[in-house]
Ligand binder design. Structure first.
Ligand SMILES: [Zn+2]
Length: 149
């Protein structure tokens, strides 16, 4: 990046107090804090997103977003969970990684036609760009790599 002023704004809910914060993903290394409770905004791990904050956090994100659609009762989803944990650490600052519990986000799951979980979707500029259904670690890693260049 040639211009240090270029920001990568993302609006995320604080995992501790639920306040929405606008953070600069490009400065994840500076460990941004929640403006309300001063606890750290954890950007090196997947952020949980639901029906009410999906649009503002995912669709309005300046950075590409990899979203893991899962459910607690789904076995293969646990393998994808480990995978997206790794991806979040590897691509911190360049790629936002989010998780949507489809049982708690029926509107979002319906809008994107999530019929089978795990499903991983890459969003760019508010649009679905790539989709992986089932446990496809190589494909999901490739999507993440390509998105975070
Ligand atoms: Zn907070």
């Amino acid at each position: 990046m040639t211009n240090p002023q270029v920001l990568s704004p993302v609006t995320l809910r604080c995992q501790f107090c639920d306040t929405c914060n606008r953070v600069d993903l490009a400065r994840a290394a500076d460990r941004p804090k929640c403006g309300e409770c001063s606890k750290p905004m954890l950007l090196d791990r997947p952020v949980k997103v639901s029906d009410d904050d999906f649009d503002v956090s995912i669709l309005e994100s300046a950075a590409p977003v990899l979203v893991d659609f899962y459910a607690d009762w789904c076995g293969p989803c646990k393998m994808v969970a480990s995978l997206v944990d790794e991806i979040a650490q590897e691509h911190v600052g360049k790629l936002l990684v989010a998780k949507v519990d489809t049982d708690r986000a029926p509107k979002v799951a319906g809008r994107y036609g999530i019929h089978s979980i795990p499903t991983v979707i890459l969003f760019r500029d508010g649009e679905e760009a790539e989709r992986s259904v089932g446990f496809e670690p190589d494909r999901v890693r490739a999507i993440a790599r390509e998105a975070s260049v």
